[in-house]
Ligand binder design. Structure first.
Ligand code: NAP
Length: 314
């Protein structure tokens, strides 16, 4: 069978697209990967998604969006898309665990994955002091000491943002020189709540059952190891958009983010749309992802209607 539309990914972008398309009787099929719900399921409480004055757990928010999409008839299948063929319509997806699927239109909402340091103690303390999202989790560190790892614009931005809550933000970077733009560096350097530990390589996240102790680092000048004490650790060393499976068939920028036509969700292939973090290197918020998912659904719906109209008048 050929689906009208297949949505790849079940973060807030994909699920919002599913709600809109299902409600418009477009019977979308949603491909759910091995981390259903996306990045929000790795955070604890979401306090900045409008409509939840008391906050909501990330996992609950995603589960609610999924139920809402199902209520209008969206179907879900679990699998990981290995490759795509966008050379002719209907478009074909090769999905691990399912096989080949075909659809007249595709919405790509596979998100981006925050990069981690890959050091001992890091993974087991995600949500227990280790985070990759200052906007999501900064609030929990009011009056506490925080370490931010990274030397790029994101690290500067997150460090400055976190000074709103923390008593001290320590910026740890593996080199002497920062990668960040001058303006972002200047902004961080002007903030007297930020202290600097440059030329330090992160070695291990130290924690007790009660919380973080800090970050063990090696001083690259002296070779000595030290424990930098902190209650929270924000890893801000970049994101990787999940676009590898597209095999270069969709235009991306040099970092792999899908390029959409300004003000739309259209990619370079007619009938293929992108929304959420896979096409957004700037905002990366649940609410902006959901908004772009709505745009993709409306763009897709118009495309399918125009195709149906053309078929009738052919
Ligand atoms: P980025 O520019 O790639 O910087 C990543 C930083 O993390 C680098 O300093 C890098 O160190 C460090 N790093 C990477 N892997 C590491 C590891 N395994 N261990 C320790 N450190 C590691 O990423 P980003 O800061 O997320 O920025 C991404 C893009 O978004 C950039 O183009 C940036 O300009 C843009 N952005 C702009 C703004 C803004 O203008 N408001 C805000 C945020 C992001 P090295 O320097 O040693 O490689």
């Amino acid at each position: 069978m050929t689906y009208k539309t297949i949505i790849i990914g079940t973060g807030p972008a994909g699920l919002t697209a599913a709600i809109y398309l299902a409600r418009a009787n477009m019977e979308p099929l949603v491909i759910e990967g091995w981390q259903p719900g996306g990045q929000l399921t790795t955070t604890t409480e979401v306090e900045n998604f409008p409509g939840f004055p008391d906050g909501i757990l990330g996992s609950e928010l995603m589960s609610n969006m999924r139920k809402q999409a199902q209520r209008f008839g969206a179907k879900f299948k679990t699998g990981s898309v290995k490759s795509v063929d966008f050379s002719k319509r209907p478009y074909t997806l090769d999905v691990e665990g399912i096989g080949e699927l075909q659809a007249d239109s595709i919405i790509i909402s596979t998100g981006a994955s925050a990069k981690y340091l890959g050091i001992p103690g890091e993974q087991e303390n995600i949500g227990r002091g280790v985070s990759t999202c200052a906007t999501c989790d900064g609030f929990f560190f009011r009056g506490k000491k925080i370490i931010v790892v990274g030397g790029g614009d994101s690290a500067m931005e997150e460090a400055v943002f976190l000074t709103r809550f923390a008593s001290e933000v320590r910026l740890v970077h593996r080199r002497d020189e920062l990668r960040a733009s001058k303006i972002m560096q200047d902004r961080a350097r002007a903030n007297d709540k930020i202290v600097w530990s440059l030329n330090r390589t992160p070695l291990e996240v130290a924690a007790t059952g009660m919380g973080l102790q800090g970050l063990k680092v090696r001083n690259n000048e002296t070779g000595e190891e030290e424990l930098l004490e902190s209650d929270g650790l924000f890893v801000t060393i970049g994101h990787t958009p999940n676009t590898g499976f597209l095999g270069g068939q969709i235009d991306t920028d040099e970092q792999g983010y899908i390029i959409v036509k300004p003000g739309t969700s259209e990619t370079n292939i007619p009938g293929v749309y992108a929304c959420g973090d896979v096409q957004d290197r700037n905002y990366r918020q649940a609410i902006t992802a959901a908004g772009s998912g709505c745009m993709a659904a409306l763009d897709c719906e118009r495309f399918l209607e125009s195709q149906a109209h053309e078929a009738v008048h052919a």
